[in-house]
Design a protein around this ligand. Structure first.
Ligand SMILES: Cc1cc2nc3c(=O)[nH]c(=O)nc-3n(C[C@H](O)[C@H](O)[C@H](O)COP(=O)(O)OP(=O)(O)OC[C@H]3O[C@@H](n4cnc5c(N)ncnc54)[C@H](O)[C@@H]3O)c2cc1C
Length: 441
């Protein structure tokens, strides 16, 4: 099965509106509501119709999420289950695997994490060394992963493990739906400079996964992983695309939200002191929010700030127009090679520029930041209010996107080699058996 990119007509949104009127009930539990939303195809409408979706394109799927939020209902379970796992399993899984894993993901029953990166395998992901050795129908897993976002909240992990060390490094890997809640899995959260402990180290000691949970062919996990990564990059380049209209409700058994009242997770729109909603109700662009801050801090006549604000606006417009162009090209059966890589690079440039500009505008206020709610509340009464808090938080988090899902340098390598046809790095080891690859002492 493949993910389609069929353009929908407006009747889809009329149907959604009627469906919400009939089915939304704030007194349902989160789990009951997500069961309705997911099995009706509204949680992940980009998926094919026979894999719990509606075959909509990305733009229309985002409109579905916005429509649910505007209606005032709880949105789809956000996170990796919908964005990465479901399209991967819908593409490479069997019917039974779709009915198990995709169904559980779109209904939020299970939360997922991504067990790809290792201490010695990040950019060179195919160099991973977590071992899977088969005993009868079970694989025994030993090794370590790192940077596992949400690993401590996940029921399942997308595990890449080496199933054939005799094969060249890209050819001996398999992709598994791995049970995180078993003996032999140790999860250690890592605290980062944002103040959050978003990711973890995960250690496997004789952990197990059944061969039934292998997605795609044996030793063909590289192909499956590329589907996952393609969805990760295109999601980031398009500026996200996660579910709207909720806050804090998390998929899976560990966060403990499934039994809570759904209506309690629906967020009322809030107004920011320094970034009021403009007349006409259109959401403010990031450049507009910084323009408002520049006025408040008396930096709006600084020629360097003005020039960077214009540059930021242009970056964002270029991203929007590229996405639009890609959409049109795909609607007429074509494609623009490398657009997901290019989109992610572009987003990384925008984020860095927003960070630098925000700090330039805030000046010494930019040095004040709190990781605690109480401190943030106190700072919200200082010049710049919550917008300044948002700038300092974004500044601390700005280094993430240029790294995860493949660093900027790796995106440029891919564009260079696969789109522009430039020669590969010298000393290519792609055909050497994994066990014979040179390693650090
Ligand atoms: C916020 C965040 C969340 C993440 N979440 C997850 C997750 O949930 N699951 C998961 O599996 N991973 C996750 N990652 C890991 C991420 O995918 C890796 O950090 C990334 O692939 C880079 O790998 P590395 O950190 O090992 O850096 P390295 O690969 O060691 O790279 C170090 C530097 O060398 C450069 N470099 C490396 N190779 C080349 C080359 N061939 N040409 C040019 N430059 C090169 C890189 O660009 C980088 O600047 C996350 C990372 C971040 C920041």
């Amino acid at each position: 099965m493949t993910i389609t990119d069929v353009r929908s007509d407006t009747t889809v949104f009329d149907e959604l509106q009627s469906w919400l009127e009939e089915h939304w009930d704030p007194d349902l539990t989160v789990g009951e509501w997500w069961e309705r939303l997911g099995t009706a195809g509204w949680a992940a409408p980009m998926l094919p119709k026979d894999a719990y979706g509606r075959g909509l394109n990305r733009a229309d799927s985002m409109r579905v999420a916005a429509t649910i939020a505007k209606f005032g209902a709880l949105g789809a379970p956000a996170g990796m289950g919908i964005g990465l796992v479901s399209p991967t399993i819908a593409t490479h899984g069997t019917k039974e695997q779709i009915d198990l894993y995709v169904r559980e993901a779109v209904t939020g029953k299970k939360g997922w994490c991504q067990l790809f990166s290792e201490p010695g395998a990040g950019s060179d992901l195919a160099g991973l060394s977590t071992k899977a050795v088969k005993h009868d129908d079970t694989w025994i897993i030993n090794g370590q992963k790192v940077w596992t976002s949400g690993g401590n909240h996940a029921d399942l992990g997308m595990l890449l493990a080496r199933t054939d060390p005799e094969a060249p490094k890209h050819q001996g890997i398999s992709w598994f739906a791995f049970d995180m809640l078993q003996p032999g899995v140790e999860i250690r959260p890592l605290r980062e400079m944002t103040g959050n402990a978003m990711f973890c180290e995960v250690f496997f000691t004789d952990a197990q996964v059944s061969d039934d949970a292998r997605i795609g062919e044996l030793n063909n996990g590289w192909k499956v992983a590329n589907t996952t990564l393609m969805h990760e990059r295109s999601g980031m380049g398009a500026g996200g695309g996660g579910a709207a209209g909720y806050f804090g409700a998390r998929a899976g058994t560990k966060p403990g939200h499934l039994d809570k009242r759904a209506g309690d997770f629906v967020q009322k729109p809030t107004r920011r002191r320094s970034a009021p909603k403009p007349a006409g109700g259109k959401p403010q662009s990031p450049a507009q929010q910084l323009i408002d801050l520049a006025k408040e801090f008396g930096k709006n006549s600084d020629p360097v700030v003005r020039q960077d604000l214009a540059k930021l606006h242009i970056y964002r417009e270029l991203s929007r127009l590229t996405t639009e162009r890609h959409k049109q090209t795909r609607a007429s059966g074509g494609d623009i090679p490398g657009v997901a890589n290019f989109g992610k690079l572009h987003m990384a440039h925008s984020i860095r520029l927003s960070r630098d500009l925000g700090m330039q505008i805030l000046g010494p206020r930019g040095l004040l930041h709190s990781h605690e709610a109480e401190g943030r509340e106190m700072l919200a009464h200082e010049p710049g209010g919550e917008s300044a808090n948002a700038v300092t938080a974004a500044t601390l988090g700005a280094q993430a996107l240029p790294i995860y899902g493949g660093t900027d340098q790796i995106q440029m390598n891919i564009i260079g080699e696969r789109v522009l046809g430039l020669p590969k790095d010298p000393g290519d080891l792609a055909n050497v058996p994994f066990k014979d690859l040179p390693r650090n002492g």
